[in-house]
Design a binder for this molecule. Structure first.
Ligand code: KIV
Ligand code: ZN
Length: 524
């Protein structure tokens, strides 16, 4: 897969730039471990994403390692790292992407008066000098340089024009104009692209890129408006994850272009049947659930409940379906799973649900499925999704729940008798609490002392019925680091204990990551 030249781009091909691991990971609590990033990079490459923004190398050693390792294993997609307009940032980024078959430095600086005055304390002329210096330095280290005007949509048009011109002159090949604060309307965003593409010398030699945040729910509409106005790269994140209201959802833009090619004659090379797999993986490792009615990847996106709709669907799926579930990787598998189902049927079912597991993960998930099938009469697709997500979300397990017995009821205090295995050694305690969950969490804290605060405890039933599995999410925060744990079990208290322990394991193994201080002078 090659990133199209500006000639291909004019022919209607839109470059898909995935920023799930960089801008997406900036949402509080969405941090991913190195192994999870490597797996996600492979999923994105299989999906034929053109550019993978793998991290912000100067932000932490963890980010640097992730960009470098992904550069070593991905051969098809371009691997990109982010850098502010400073020598140290750019050189660290160049070092991280060095092993990549195709590498890109993405350097940015804020251009709007709000950011210039309050963050950078730089005049427009200083910013333009920094653009020239940073892009030229990046080009000395890498052939493929993208330049972004942070907060472009709130920048005076004349200042933005001069910045874009400076970036093109200094050698940038991609010019990204982000709607950083999700403020723009589609007509305005499109007009900004049209104006700059028409008026900046050299604009026809570069690819213009859209990068939209979703604060007003307009990220997809704005990105499509930019494409109509001449942009040929869109910056996207799986499930739309990202800071605040998130980034533009990759699955929505890809499917809008695929389904409505009649209205918008542009296309991407993304293999859309990999979308569900990517969505499920990102949801599992971040612990961020996908809302049920989310376009393309929500649980209800292809469900027809109303009688009149069901009747139409039975007569002809085109009555109410504008795309087929298979187009986004939701296989129409009718396999009913139960305790007699074998490994082969289980693998087929997983494929239909959008999962492809390696042999070890498959064996583990199959074992857990068998245990579940012994407990539950009917194992629904949602049960299987919950148990696979639970398995994917588990990192290195320093701590494991061995046994749990809880005394609950109207006469308090409730009591938890718990044995954990920590670094291979069993340890036990009894704790009381204000309710059984409190008792369980206190027992864990007594056995594995930590200062983390509980930030989220969420329980929901995976299916209907009294024997439904409970899916529990727990989010912990310690010293500004956030980690999430997920678990599913037919026993709500076991699921709660396991989710808490998983969050704790993730907290221990996740690298420390803090955003670098905003730059007040660029050094160029
Ligand atoms: O939203 C934004 O402006 C960004 C830039 C760093 C590209 O993410
Ligand atoms: Zn952004």
């Amino acid at each position: 897969m090659n990133v199209p030249s500006s000639t291909d781009a004019k022919a209607g091909r839109v470059i898909v730039f995935d920023t799930t691991m960089r801008d997406g990971e900036q949402s509080p609590g969405a941090s991913m471990s190195l192994d999870e990033k490597l797996e996600l990079a492979k999923i994105l490459e299989d999906m034929r994403v053109d550019v993978i923004e793998a991290g912000f190398p100067i932000a932490s050693n963890g980010d640097f390692d992730a960009v470098r390792r992904i550069s070593q294993i991905v051969t098809e997609s371009t691997i990109c790292g982010l850098a502010r307009a400073g020598v140290a940032d750019i050189e660290r980024c160049a070092e991280a992407i060095k092993p990549a078959r195709r590498g890109r430095i993405h350097t940015f600086i804020s251009t709007s008066p709000q950011h210039r005055d309050h963050i950078l304390r730089m005049s427009p002329a200083d910013v333009i000098d920094a653009v020239t210096g940073s892009v030229a330095h990046a080009r000395n280290l890498c052939d493929d340089v993208e330049w972004s005007a942070q907060d472009a949509t709130r920048t005076e048009r004349d200042v933005l024009r001069r910045c874009v011109e400076a970036a093109i002159r200094a050698g940038a090949k991609t010019i990204n104009l982000p709607d950083t604060v999700g403020y723009s309307f589609p007509a305005e965003y499109g007009a900004m692209f049209r104006d700059l593409i028409d008026s900046v010398p050299g604009a026809d030699e570069v690819v213009f890129s859209a990068h939209c945040h979703n604060d007003l729910g307009l990220a997809v509409a704005n990105s499509l408006a930019a494409v109509q106005a001449g942009a040929r790269q869109v910056e996207l994140a799986i499930n739309g994850i990202g800071e605040r209201a998130g980034n533009c959802a990759l699955e929505e833009v890809v499917m809008a272009l695929k389904v409505r090619g009649d209205a918008l004659p542009y296309y991407t090379e993304v293999r859309s049947e990999h979308i569900t797999r990517a969505s499920r993986y990102v949801s599992a490792i971040t612990g961020f659930p996908v809302q049920f009615n989310k376009a393309i990847v929500g649980k209800n996106a292809f469900a027809h409940e109303a009688g009149i709709h069901q009747d139409g669907m039975l007569k002809n799926a085109e009555t109410y379906e504008i795309m087929r579930p298979e187009d986004v990787g939701q296989g129409a598998s009718n396999l009913v799973m139960g305790k007699h189902s074998g490994r082969h049927a289980f693998r087929e079912k997983l494929k239909g649900l959008g999962y492809e597991l390696g042999q070890n993960a498959l064996n583990e998930a199959f074992g857990r499925f068998k245990d579940l099938a012994d407990k539950k009469k009917t194992v629904y697709d949602d049960d299987i999704i919950a148990l696979v997500d639970d398995a994917l979300a588990r990192g290195a397990e320093r701590i494991k729940v061995k046994t749990l017995r809880v005394i609950a009821g109207t006469e308090g205090p409730q009591e938890a008798h718990m044995t954990l295995v920590i670094d291979g050694a069993p340890v036990s305690t009894v704790a009381t609490g204000d309710g059984p969950v409190d008792a369980v969490f206190k027992a864990i804290k007594a056995l594995a002392p930590h200062e983390a605060e509980l930030r989220l405890f969420q329980v929901h039933a995976v299916t209907e019925g009294a024997d439904a599995q409970a899916k529990v999410s727990v989010r912990l925060e310690e010293d500004g680091r956030i980690a999430t744990g997920l678990a599913a079990d037919t026993d709500t208290l076991v699921a709660s204990a396991t989710a808490y322990v998983n969050a704790l394991n993730n907290l221990f193994t996740r690298r420390e990551k803090s955003a670098p201080e905003p730059m007040t002078a660029s050094g160029f």
